[in-house]
Design a binder for this molecule. Structure first.
Ligand code: SF4
Length: 64
């Protein structure tokens, strides 16, 4: 599976980084999402799918 993030849509709520800080982080200046691990496996893959559903801006897409 592959994770994609859209920094244009991101509103910096931080749900993704709270859900899995191995896969997602937030920019120190504006809080927008940073993708640390674009191809997570195991528990991190599951967490990435959770983050996709939790993101209030629809800025996370999990493919595959
Ligand atoms: S949960 Fe969505 S809106 Fe919030 S920081 Fe992550 S990508 Fe951005």
């Amino acid at each position: 599976m592959r994770v994609e993030v859209d920094q244009e849509r991101c509103v910096g709520s931080g749900m993704c980084a709270l859900t899995d800080p191995v896969v997602f982080d937030q920019d120190e200046t504006d809080g927008t999402v940073l993708l640390l691990e674009p191809s997570p496996t195991g528990a991190h893959a599951k967490a990435a799918r959770e983050a996709e559903h939790l993101c209030p801006a629809g800025a996370i897409r999990v493919v595959g």
